[in-house]
Design a protein around this ligand. Structure first.
Ligand SMILES: Nc1ncnc2c1ncn2[C@@H]1O[C@H](COP(=O)(O)OP(=O)(O)OP(=O)(O)O)[C@@H](O)[C@H]1O
Ligand SMILES: [Mg+2]
Length: 333
């Protein structure tokens, strides 16, 4: 099967910064592929290299079989790009923005008309086509940009942070549109994100990128399974008990990793469901009351921590991520 994208040790320097560092990557035709990484990881630079916006310092890349340097115009004909920053003309209507794009790509008037309708329906904007873009919400603008990227039937669509800054509900709607166009139009999609749930929900495979390098690449499920355990969170009544209880669990060889934070203890272990009773019994034996217990599967947050030792972001459980990350790293040494 044709690879939609192939890179060979592609590298980009900006003075003394190595924004993209020796990346070798293959994305299959029809794939929905994600580049997940924190701010400054090199995601946009990699998209810029692949979409012929910037030239590599070293290495090479091909998109749909065309070399991004030697066959740049063929690459451009076969790709659509939604940039991280919006590039719509907000004084024009949605339809006019799409029409302009169709003209740039040399589509005749009849083709433009029918394609505009198709892409607007695909992103659920047909009813608002003739409103001025300035009156659109952030989510509508993003959907219009996605529609515009699709106008000329690209083989490969690059979406740089497609839902950045949007509220969770709008983000979910956009995920549905992205999935639909991957399925219905058969377009290969490469998206960048620093939202874990986005990568997890949308992408068949993801590359975790940090400091210009790919540190892990696989399906989200395999990446999570590789951590080898579930995460149990316990809350004790008295913060002074957490340290003691951690020691008890460690001496009973309960966890793969363990950490605590005020009243909470985080335990990573295999077969979490089956081992909760033992975890609770050990606390009960030493008369440490447990206020709550929860079990969750590892998230991509945990995966990122494992590979980089840092959290991409840590909204839900402040302080926990870094600690777990430290433990995971220390186990690897
Ligand atoms: N034109 C440029 N000139 C100098 N440095 C640059 C340029 N573009 C990017 N960089 C640097 O390259 C590194 C990677 O930047 P890039 O924009 O690719 O990251 P990113 O992963 O897209 O981040 P974000 O999540 O913030 O969008 C950063 O250190 C950035 O400062
Ligand atoms: Mg970026």
């Amino acid at each position: 099967m044709l690879n939609a994208i192939e890179t060979a040790r592609i590298t980009k320097y900006f003075d003394d910064i190595t924004a993209v560092n020796n990346i070798t990557l293959e994305v299959k035709a029809g794939e929905l592929f994600g580049l997940l990484g924190p701010n400054g990881a090199g995601k946009t630079t990699l998209i810029n290299l692949l979409s012929t916006m910037t030239a590599a310092s070293k290495g090479s890349a091909a998109v749909w079989g065309y070399d991004v340097v030697k066959q740049a115009s063929a690459v451009r004909r076969n790709i659509g790009v939604v940039f991280q920053d919006t590039t719509l003309d907000d004084r024009l209507t949605g339809r006019e923005n799409l029409d302009l794009h169709g003209r740039f790509y040399g589509l005749d008037s009849k083709t433009r008309k029918s394609r505009i309708k198709e892409v607007l329906l695909l992103v659920g904007l047909y009813d608002r086509a003739d409103a001025i873009v300035k009156t659109y919400s952030g989510g509508m603008m993003r959907r219009l940009e996605i529609a515009r990227g699709l106008m000329h039937h690209p083989r490969v669509l690059f979406l740089d942070e497609p839902t950045l800054g949007l509220d969770p509900q709008t983000r979910r709607h956009i995920w549905e549109y992205i999935k639909t166009l991957n399925r219905k139009e058969g377009v290969t999609i490469v998206l960048t994100t620093h939202y874990m749930e986005e990568a997890d929900n949308l992408c068949r495979r993801i590359a975790i990128i940090d400091c210009g390098k790919i540190v892990a690449l696989n399906t989200p499920q395999i990446l999570k399974n590789m951590l080898g355990g579930d995460v149990i969170t316990l809350e004790v009544e008295n913060p002074e008990d957490t340290g003691n209880l951690c020691k008890i669990y460690e001496s009973n060889e309960i966890p793969s990793t363990i950490s605590c934070n005020d009243k909470r203890i985080f335990i990573t272990l295999k077969d979490g469901e089956r081992r909760i009773p033992r975890v609770l019994a050990l606390a009960s034996d030493v008369r440490i009351p447990i206020q709550s217990v929860s079990l969750r599967k590892p998230t991509l947050d945990d995966v990122f921590l494992y590979h980089t030792g840092r959290a991409i972001r840590d909204e839900k459980e402040p302080g926990m991520a870094e600690r777990v990350g430290y433990r995971l790293r220390s186990r690897r040494k």
